[in-house]
Design a protein around this ligand. Structure first.
Ligand code: AMP
Ligand code: ZN
Length: 665
């Protein structure tokens, strides 16, 4: 087989597997086998750049950066939908339609109304050409690079598709993936995202497509527009889209009457919480496309479609008590403890109150009768207070001034919505929280040890920080509650084994505020070892791609603290990895040490990511914007004019890809 065929065969195979896994939810090979094939393809594509394909399955991992999203005009306008809330609304709609069409027999296609961000995908000759957000309906932002990382969206269609069409759908974040993302954020010391819809929609405009690729986004399709599609009904349209490789929920139903439509609405109003994603209603569409044509559009929506909105689910209950949680970074979160109430299929006992401002804004008090709603949010929200039911002796909530765990006065810095307990080293919840983070799966992944064990070890005075874990002996651990010889042994072995965990994860495990998994990787790559990182100033840190002031400040503060330095020294002594491993250092030099590069535009020989990697591999730093600290601007085609003029003004040398390649081995 020649190389070209080999590459094409692999691409075809990977496309098939993507479709099986992400669209049909029926994988036929293991994740491992898939990764192996993908790696093989990546290696071949790197070696033979002449066979580059912008729609290759390797594009899914992301990496390309979009600084400014181009605004483009939709070829076909994206309309809004009229809303209805009752059976009467539905009957009125049918009457209006029948008046126009002249009392013909009607069929309706019912689909769920997926709650996410609308998107329009344009396909040309079976290939994804561009993806555009809804915007104002006439024009939106081109987010193709980010959209290509969503694995259920076909980059190459299958079967017998028209040569040109747009397909509309909703980018969603399934609930389980959303919950996992939030668990990770909390573990990283960051505030959880509010709801899946906003997070999905925010994801589309992230500059780094690699970050989009990490999010478990999905895309559900519902409508095709174009000429000569050979389709005669909405229901057939859904079937066709499925055939061509799109993800179209099979829940859609063809109904013969509005009575049947109501049955569908009632059914899903009751069962929507069993779905893996959020919906906010049912979209009812006249099935025949000929009738749709005849009905046409009002100023903002089609006459042939109607959104039947589900009622926002609310419950009324009593707020018994406001309590306060302390996170591992010291952040305080107020929690409403409610009289248990049934809401959206689950019993709700607690609701987040977010912060002091939120409580003040709604004047929420203990003893109040409150309205709880589960809108887009996973954690229910308090929407308001029934003042008529407020107890006579009620007094306004006074926010705590001291940590509920250690009684240290709380601090709230300008611009931060949260209060913090500053007793970093003495607050028991923060201490155990940090150790729990250190041993967690994505950090040091210490087997044989869980959160409760950490609390127990701390209570017994055996550990006070994560360095102490390495001094634990079997004899010390065995007498603890629920410990046996075997489990004690596992624990000690698990700790010992953690010295194999690579530097970037150790850096994450240290629990520096705002240094999540991705940031830890970036810092490890840029600095290669802990000593270099500890020596970095705030300014130097912000010159690293994607590292903002908030992170830089937090890193510098962490290493300014003597106690942290001592812990790091001890960990070093126990053999924990504090530099990138040898195979990561291979091909690396110090040739560009101390030099900061900004990379802009499109390059002929290297992708922008390869170029950045070469800079970092040779000891240089990649900056995100041109400043007086920049040593070189590496300019490719289509570089932004503002970067060029800024470099010229500051006297930063502008070099070509070829110039750069001459600087490195
Ligand atoms: P609205 O923004 O409330 O006017 O509702 C219109 C939006 O509903 C459209 O822009 C779509 O993005 C979204 N939508 C979700 N599911 C569907 C569906 N099955 N059919 C049509 N539109 C849908
Ligand atoms: Zn405290």
């Amino acid at each position: 087989m020649d190389t070209k065929t080999q590459i094409e065969t692999l691409r075809q195979e990977l496309r098939e597997h993507n479709h099986n896994y992400y669209v049909l939810d029926r994988p036929v090979i293991s994740d491992y086998e898939f990764d192996m094939k993908l790696k093989e393809l990546q290696a071949l594509e790197e070696k033979y750049p002449e066979f580059h394909d912008p729609n290759s399955p390797t594009i899914r991992v992301g990496g390309a950066i979009t600084k400014n999203f181009e605004t483009v005009v939709h070829e076909h306008r994206m309309y809004s939908l009229d809303n209805s809330y009752s059976k009467d609304d539905l009957a009125d709609w049918e009457k209006r339609i029948q008046r126009i069409l002249g009392d013909v027999p009607l069929e309706f296609t019912c689909e769920l109304k997926y709650d996410g961000a609308s998107i329009s995908l344009s396909y040309l000759d079976g290939k994804l050409d561009r993806a555009v957000t809804r915007g104002d309906g006439f024009q939106g932002d081109k987010v193709t690079t980010n959209i290509k990382t969503i694995k259920s969206i076909p980059l190459q269609l299958r079967g017998n598709y028209p040569s040109k069409f747009d397909i509309r759908g909703e980018i969603i974040l399934p609930l389980e993936g959303f919950a996992q993302m939030n668990a990770q954020r909390v573990a990283d010391g960051e505030d959880p995202y509010m709801n899946p819809r906003n997070t999905a929609s925010g994801s589309l405009k992230l500059q780094d497509s690699a970050l989009v690729a990490e999010r478990p986004l999905d895309c559900l399709l519902y409508g095709i527009v174009g000429k000569d599609l050979g389709i005669s009904s909405q229901y057939q349209m859904l079937e066709k889209a499925r055939e061509w490789g799109f993800k179209v929920p099979t829940i859609a139903k063809l109904c013969q009457s509005t009575e049947e439509v109501m049955e569908f609405v009632d059914h899903w109003d009751r069962h929507r919480h069993e779905l893996p994603y959020e919906t906010d209603g049912v979209v009812i569409k006249v099935n025949s496309l000929r009738y749709q044509d005849e009905l046409g559009y009002t100023a903002k929506s089609p006459r042939w479609a109607l959104a039947y909105k589900f009622k926002a689910e609310q419950a009324v209950t009593v707020l018994n008590k406001i309590t306060y949680q302390v996170g591992r970074t010291g952040a305080i979160t107020p929690v409403a403890n409610l009289e248990p109430v049934l809401l959206a299929g689950t019993t709700v006992k607690r609701a987040s109150l977010h912060n002091a401002d939120q409580i003040a804004k709604l004047d929420i008090r203990e003893g109040d009768t409150v309205y709880v709603e589960k809108g887009g949010e996973i954690i229910p929200k308090i929407m308001g207070v029934n003042l008529a039911k407020r107890p006579k002796d009620s007094t306004p909530t006074v926010y705590i001034t001291h940590c509920p765990e250690c009684d240290t006065p709380l601090l709230r810095t300008e611009g931060d919505a949260k209060h913090y307990c500053t007793n970093y080293y003495g607050c028991p919840t923060q201490i155990t929280g940090r150790i729990q983070h250190y041993i967690s799966r994505k950090a040091m992944d210490i087997e044989g040890m869980g959160s409760e064990t950490v609390e127990l070890l701390f209570k017994e005075g055996l550990i006070e920080n994560y360095a102490d874990l390495y001094t634990l002996t079997k004899e010390q651990v065995m007498p603890l509650e629920r410990m046996a010889e075997k489990s004690a042994e596992n624990l000690v072995n698990g700790v010992a084994k953690s010295v194999e965990i690579p530097f970037e994860r150790v850096l994450f495990a240290l629990g520096i505020r705002f240094v999540g998994e991705t940031v830890a990787k970036k810092l490890a790559r840029a600095y290669k070892n802990i000593d270099a990182l500890m020596a970095a100033s705030e300014e130097e840190l912000t010159a690293v791609d994607e590292i903002g002031e908030r992170i830089a400040k937090s890193v510098v503060e962490f290493f300014q603290d003597e106690r942290n330095l001592l812990i790091v020294e001890r960990l070093k002594g126990y053999g924990v990895q504090f530099e990138l491993s040898a195979d990561k250092l291979l091909n690396q030099t110090e040739l560009l040490k101390g030099q900061t590069f900004v990379v802009s535009g499109v390059f002929a020989q290297l992708s922008r990511n390869e170029l950045k990697k070469m800079i970092e591999d040779n000891g240089g730093k990649v900056g995100s914007s041109v400043s007086s600290k920049t040593n070189y601007l590496v300019a490719g085609d289509n570089m932004g004019p503002s970067k060029r003029s800024k470099a010229e003004n500051l006297g930063v040398p502008i070099i070509s890809e070829a110039d750069f390649l001459n600087m490195v081995p």
